[in-house]
Design a protein around this ligand. Structure first.
Ligand SMILES: [Zn+2]
Ligand SMILES: [Zn+2]
Ligand SMILES: [Zn+2]
Length: 128
């Protein structure tokens, strides 16, 4: 069932897809963590290096590392933190957060998915 998401900084109820807390006295930056599947605040943990390097962020809830989902980076409707350095991905960061992975699988024909795949190019390798 629909879960209530709360800003970890002020306990205000926030939207699952909010990037900023709606509480005017808080305004914390929010993201949806793919590890703990909850809305969280985050801090910069590591600067991205190289052409494909993305900044790594630490989830305030589970303290695991994530990178901003590519959908988010290209301006799409997403606030997901994809898992960084997922074992099994051979050290490569996952380009998409869990929510976008699901969406790409389900709605492969949507305009957003295709323009995203175009923008991401070789980075995104579908699993089949
Ligand atoms: Zn807040
Ligand atoms: Zn987390
Ligand atoms: Zn995403």
């Amino acid at each position: 069932m629909a879960k209530d998401y709360k800003c970890p900084a002020c306990q205000n109820e926030v939207d699952r897809a909010a990037t900023v807390c709606s509480n005017p006295v808080c305004r914390a930056n929010l993201a949806f963590c793919s590890h703990c599947r909850d809305v969280t605040t985050y801090t910069l943990a590591e600067k991205g290096e190289g052409r494909l390097g993305r900044d790594k962020f630490k989830c305030a809830r589970c303290e695991r590392l994530g990178v901003k989902c590519l959908t988010w980076l290209v301006g799409g409707y997403c606030n997901g933190l994809a898992r960084a350095n997922d074992p099994g991905a051979r050290g490569m960061d996952k380009p998409l957060c869990s929510a976008c992975n699901d969406r790409v699988g389900e709605v492969g024909r949507s305009v957003i998915s295709w323009s995203l795949i175009g923008a991401v190019g070789g980075l995104l390798r579908p699993k089949r």
